[in-house]
Design a protein around this ligand. Sequence first.
Ligand code: NAD
Ligand code: USQ
Length: 406
Amino acid sequence: MKIAIFGGDGFVGWPTTLHLSDQGHEVHVIDNLSRRWIDTELGVQSLTPMDSIQERCRIWHDLTGRRINFHLLDIAKEYERLKVWLGEQKPDVVIHFAEQRAAPYSMKTDRHKVYTVDNNMNATHNLLAALVETDIDAHLIHLGTMGVYGYSSVGAAIPEGYLDVTVETLDGGRAQQEILYPTKPGSVYHMTKSMDQILFQFYAQNDGLRITDLHQGIVWGTHTEQTRRHEQLINRFDYDGDYGTVLNRFLIQAAIGYPLTVHGSGGQTRAFIHIQDSVRCIALAMGDAPQAGERVRIFNQMTETHRVRDLAAMISGLTGAEVVNLPNPRKEAAENDLVVRNAQFLELGLDPTTLAEGLLEEVVDVARKYAYRIDRTRVPAVSAWTRALGQKVERDPEGKKLRSVS
Ligand code: NAD
Ligand code: USQ
């Protein structure tokens, strides 16, 4: 199949690109490299040394004889070029990773909020409008987030996208309806993913677009089968206070003797998935495309849930790292339960990599190996959800005064 991977230079996009190329598909990466520019803006770099996308593609070709084609294009800003590209290339599958994906970055300042909404909403809508206009009937697979559901504890499992509800009719009777699960985003970033859902619902219904939305949990780990094959194919690994996600951050903190930064009591429960499983799920979703006219197919792409404080205890147990409870810069529930249905991927054959299996390897093979590249001053999470919360986050866990958030 011919596959277009929008955002294929990113953390989940790159290993997906390699996996699908390895399966024999013709793969095209379309990326504006904004994520690399954001590293420059923030003064940070991936823990792992990343080559340019062109160099990565060259190494893959030398190693396997397979070509990955790279196209520099901003899908949020260059609608006409995007439409022409799709019309000429006519991909069978379009995978959409191309959004600003960090919640703390999206809450940093008003400018970051505006950028995140502009970029994410336009990227998704441009893609949908161009698919209709070019009439190529590609299967669109989007990487969404578990965060669209919110993380509240109502004592029921979160279903895969849809909720059956009973409403009282005007004549006092009862009617059954199926609705998108009520969305409750916790950041501007998560809000854009909630809005994506409505765009998908409309275009599936109005134009018969075939769409799969993957509500993914927090991705952890670095390597996949393909990224291991050559040092220069290595994946990105974010550890800084904006882009680093909790488990990956705890791993590098342990590796450099930095206290594990638990926000608040650490009672927040979140869903997780290993990068290898994330890539496999995308390939599984490709093989299970909806028909034109079907509702958007939604999968919960996660394999286990954990409380933040339990993760910290697990890593502290493995490494001896100290754990600190910091004022939480985010406006979020201090404690929540999270029970999630993920039967669809398990039925399609997903065999999850568990934290218990993969954690030690990550500590040794990645966090300790590249610890020399870490800038300690970029570890604190300084992005606060409100001004009042920002005032509480003044010092880092080592007692140093933090730079102001601007
Ligand atoms: P990433 O930031 O590493 O990758 C996103 C890629 O998209 C980058 O290479 C960036 O340059 C590109 N991009 C952004 N805007 C673009 C535009 N307008 N035009 C072209 N390219 C653009 O993010 P990731 O961690 O790989 O996440 C990929 C997707 O998966 C995101 O949509 C994210 O919301 C979702 N997701 C990620 C996680 C996670 O833990 N990393 C969890 C759940 C969902
Ligand atoms: N947290 C800490 N200490 C830290 C960092 C985070 O306690 O040093 C806490 C946060 O307060 C939060 C939880 O850990 O309660 C998760 O934070 P995170 O940064 O790991 O994840 P999040 O901001 O939710 O975003 C990440 C990805 C995003 C994806 C989302 C999936 O960046 O792209 O959509 O995970 S989910 O969380 O399921 O919505």
